[in-house]
Ligand binder design. Structure first.
Ligand code: 5GP
Length: 194
């Protein structure tokens, strides 16, 4: 097991066969040392791909994205789930359906911080049905920037997100890939580096 898989086994809670709770280190309380390791691992996986910007979505994507940005030496932009008063002009937006919340949100990104010359790494906390990642890709493509890859902290490989993203030609790297969850236990796909 790699460092993240070990942490999931120690501190994660399998709430059902499809929902994992990791509020103690990622989704509510955040463990900075773990985020630093995640950032370094993302940087290793995407080194040499010419990334110039990282794009994520508030709120739980921000911590792993910032540490990845620190390791790669590039800025991090986070998409908003709601339009704010300070974010009005030159907006790119996409519709994202959340299977966990059973609702569609319009996510948005200011045109100010991305250009058509950027090579973007998308980072998110979880990959389930791929809707959030696809929405982020859609906005990056509206700008005309290139998507260099998608880095995921925890992938639920039994859900269709990875297939949907790979079908569109995107490279997906996930630090932990969960093969199966049952109440009280989970298994990982084993092709992960230590
Ligand atoms: P997708 O758009 O890939 O269906 O879902 C991605 C988003 O849903 C993630 O950003 C995350 O916020 C949330 N999510 C999906 N599945 C889980 C889960 O099992 N646990 C937690 N904590 N969040 C999840």
């Amino acid at each position: 097991m790699n460092f993240l898989e070990k942490r999931i086994v120690e501190d994660g809670q399998v709430l059902s066969s499809s929902v994992l709770k990791v509020d103690s280190f990622l989704n509510h309380q955040v463990d900075p040392e773990l985020m630093e390791k995640i950032g370094k691992e993302m940087a290793v996986r995407f080194q040499g791909t010419g990334i110039t910007k990282i794009v994520t979505i508030e709120s739980s994507g921000i911590a792993p994205a910032v540490f990845t940005g620190l390791s790669l030496g590039v800025p991090v932009i986070f998409a908003r789930k709601q339009k704010s008063v300070t974010l009005q002009d030159g907006l790119f937006s996409a519709e994202v359906y959340s299977f966990t919340k059973q609702q569609t949100n319009t996510i948005c990104l200011s045109a100010q911080f991305l250009t058509s010359g950027d090579r973007v790494l998308i980072i998110d906390d979880f990959l389930a049905y791929g809707e959030a990642a696809l929405g982020l890709c859609e906005m990056v493509q509206q700008v005309g920037a290139v998507i260099a890859g998608i880095g995921i902290v925890i992938e639920k490989s039994f859900q269709p997100g990875r297939q949907k993203l790979e079908k569109k030609g995107y490279r997906v790297e996930s630090i932990a890939r969960i093969q199966e969850m049952k109440e009280g236990s989970l298994t990982f796909l084993t092709n992960i580096k230590e």
